[in-house]
Ligand binder design. Structure first.
Ligand code: FAD
Length: 393
């Protein structure tokens, strides 16, 4: 019997798999889809998630391919209203974020998981049942069905989670639905160490460096927008909305995508021996880059508790707290992401003036400046970290 069956080989399932396998537990990760290698999806790993990556031993590999982001710049109609420096953080070894494509992160984690003896294979979860001692899952692999038993199951199977559906867990929207158009692009004349949010009354543009030399460009779209994913359209938006004083030139679009994002949270993260983590438990729009990062924190919080339960063979009391703890943490992270999305969506002169003043004040005030970067870095929301608990290495 497996110790843990993990459904989903995205960044969350793989993070949990690494932590558990590195402690010698029998872990199998299954995925329905082959690894996604289109647009970059998540393109920033914040300091708290980097601390988790460090405990797994993969930060050197990630650093070799990613951009070092040292500040977050905010611009209102081209004028700087705040430049928040990550070197204000004083209680982490990671005073920077890494801009790196999600599929690169997944590849590095998958290699670490295999090196630790865990397995990853292409199989779809179809059904599950559980009793007091174990979970039994029915999987389809190469057209044939098979059952597998495990002491615990982690549903890290993304926004349309099968695990969540099989457990009968509902989700609730907690913020607006927003549509985005993104590009991964080669752009000249943009700094590789700054993630920028450029807001104008006509709309915004987010710019995030990743994979050394490539940038994520993202802007909101309305349902009736013309579908234009040309180099010229992104160039025009950068000219109209980008940081003032620079003249960025879009050389090449590596990939583009449109997608609708929502803010939603599952009403429970646990039923019996089955647990939700990452997008299966909560989804958030990409403004602020909090989605994948918060899922990686779930993975660490859950795995750490599972290690205790597996080691002691005891009643899983620490595990029982996972649901309540993560609901609180995720709602805090979600509030930051919703605020970020709302700030970027303001249109009236009056609202914009108030927002810009608020950002300037935060920027100039040392405590608020640090709090801002600590919140985006997810350093202040993790009870395990605050308690000094670390993942055993
Ligand atoms: C365009 C875009 C931009 C984004 N930008 C950011 C960002 O800048 N920062 C950030 O932090 N986040 C960002 N996100 C969010 C981030 O991509 C997600 O939060 C992250 O992918 C969630 O990881 P996950 O492991 O929970 O799920 P996923 O990455 O969705 O992985 C789900 C896994 O489950 C598997 N699966 C699904 N169903 C089954 C089944 N029945 N049986 C077996 N396997 C199954 C899939 O094959 C896959 O392996 C962005 C998302 C998008 C779409």
């Amino acid at each position: 019997m497996l110790d843990v069956l993990i459904v989903g080989a995205g960044p969350v399932g793989l993070t949990a798999g690494c932590i558990l396998a590195q402690q010698g537990h029998a872990v199998r990760v299954v995925r329905k889809h082959p690894p996604f290698t289109g647009h970059s999806r998540a393109s920033v790993i914040w300091p708290r998630a980097l601390e988790i990556m460090e405990s797994i031993g993969v930060t050197e590999s990630l650093r070799a391919m990613g951009s070092h982001v040292t500040r977050i710049g905010y611009y209102s109609s081209g004028t700087s209203i705040g430049r928040f420096e990550l070197d204000r953080l004083d209680d982490t070894a990671f005073r920077f974020a890494l801009g790196v494509s999600q599929h690169e992160t997944e590849a590095v984690l998958e290699a670490a998981l295999r090196a630790a003896g865990g397995t990853v294979d292409d199989a779809e979860l179809l059904a599950l049942e559980q009793d007091e001692g174990h979970v039994t899952a029915r999987l389809r692999r190469d057209g044939a069905d098979a059952t597998v038993s495990a002491r615990f199951l982690i549903g890290a199977d993304g926004a349309n989670s099968t695990v969540r559906a099989l457990l009968g867990i509902a989700t609730h929207d907690v913020g607006p639905r927003v549509s985005f158009r993104i590009a991964d692009a080669v752009v000249d004349q943009l700094p590789e160490d700054e993630a920028s949010y450029c807001w104008t009354p006509a709309g915004g543009m987010a710019i995030g460096p990743h994979d050394r030399g490539a940038f994520r460009l993202a802007h909101r779209i309305a349902p009736d927008d013309v579908h234009d994913t040309s180099v010229e359209s992104f160039q025009r938006l950068l000219d109209e909305r980008g940081p003032g004083g620079r003249a960025p030139v879009v050389r090449e679009l590596i990939s583009t995508a449109d997608f609708q994002a929502r803010f939603a949270i599952a009403e429970r993260f646990r039923v019996g021996r089955c647990y939700l983590a990452g997008d299966s438990a909560h989804v958030m729009a990409p403004a602020g880059g909090q989605g994948m990062n918060s899922g990686m924190l779930d993975a660490a919080a859950l795995s750490w508790r599972m290690l205790e339960a597996l080691r002691n063979g005891a009643a899983d009391s620490a595990l029982a707290e996972y649901d309540a703890e993560r609901q609180v943490v995720i709602r805090k992270i979600m509030a930051t992401a919703v605020e970020h999305a709302r700030d970027g969506g303001l249109r009236s002169d009056e609202d914009i003036a108030v927002r810009d003043q608020r950002y300037r004040a935060m920027w100039q005030n040392a405590a608020q400046h640090k709090d801002r970067v600590a919140r985006l870095s997810q350093l202040t929301v993790d009870p395990a970290r605050a308690a000094g608990a670390s993942i055993p290495s």
